[in-house]
Design a protein around this ligand. Sequence first.
Ligand code: MN
Length: 433
Amino acid sequence: MIVPEHLQHLRLLIVDPNELSRTVTFDIARSLHWHVVALAGADEAIERLEEAMFRGQSFDLCLLATQQAEPARQLVHRLRDEIPEELQPRIILLASQPEGSLISEFREAVRIAGVLLKPFTPSTLFETVSPFFLVGQKEAGGDHEAHDDYHGQARILVAEDNELNQILISELLSRRGLAACIAADGEECLLQLESNPDGFDLVLMDMQMPGIDGLEATRRLRADPRFAELPVVALTANAQQQDHDACLAAGMNDFLSKPIDPRQLEAVLHHFIGHLLPSPTEASAGLSEAQAATNPTPTEFSGKHLDSAEAIRRMDGDLGLYREMLQAFAQSYHDLGERLRRLDRSNDGSQAAQRLTHTACGLARTIGANALAELIHGLELAAGETTVAAAEQRLASLLPGFDQELQAVLEEIKNCVEAARPPEVAEITPAAG
Ligand code: MN
């Protein structure tokens, strides 16, 4: 992952009483080449901040674990009482589940920059952090005052539960010079807005998410006058009229079909935040870099079961990204059939099966496995049968055909990934043998 120049020298303080999770967070932050100090508790953290203060330094950010509320609360209060405001780091709360009350309590005392749900990846950490540190901004931004300084830097909140889609959307946006914040579900999306009400210019909202879905999250944010005008665009795999009507009725402004077509994404960006988009030269620098990565030509990998050419086009021609998606798909869904067979449909299993197949179907389309996507869609409909017996029966009749196509797709993925491997790897193999 490439960290832009202005974000290369961030100073991070991690405060987490749990040693294991502290080490994990430390490694993730270090992988972004930031200066990181990880400490267990409030006493050490305050001591460290004071010590930095005497040397004329400060920390840009504090990642604060909230699993144990009391130590976290202690740090927040000591920060407020003992460290001058301009030297207080911005705080990102690390939580294993969205915790609304703690966030609003802490917001009263210190500057909360956001919430990160564990487990998170380096790219999610980066995306949460980057909107607060924009090019040319000395002081961390994100407040109302900073809004005017953005100069073509739109801030986009993406609510999307699936990790592969998160990666894909962030990539598409970052190639266009835009930073995205990721929320993993509707609840986290609302929390991010709540903790940073002036922080976003556009929300891209997945419709199907566990817990609070896209429609409900939109209704709730529209009920808040602060977000009455915030553009919300649905991301939806359902292209039917009734779904579109439901989006508009919930207060969304528009919708994008999944898999996302870059041209449609650009049209939406121009429509809603055209005045905030980076100048064409800035944005195209990112794009040509992506296109330079396209080598060899995509058509070489088009087989019977994968429409790679179309899928790669939707990824801005980035073969590396496509290969990543293929591998991730294979990893996530190689055992989809077994998992569906294991689900106990009498006990909430049918909902789980519908969610699982819905996401898998969207991702199969994303990688160009169109026939497989159709078969998975059939499984999704079967799982939604009104009676358990009917669902069992329909699934049983559909699963063998699905298994066969999945195996064919996995085989083709293997070939694609091997064919796309950089030549130096191929050269090493014979020498070693
Ligand atoms: Mn979803």
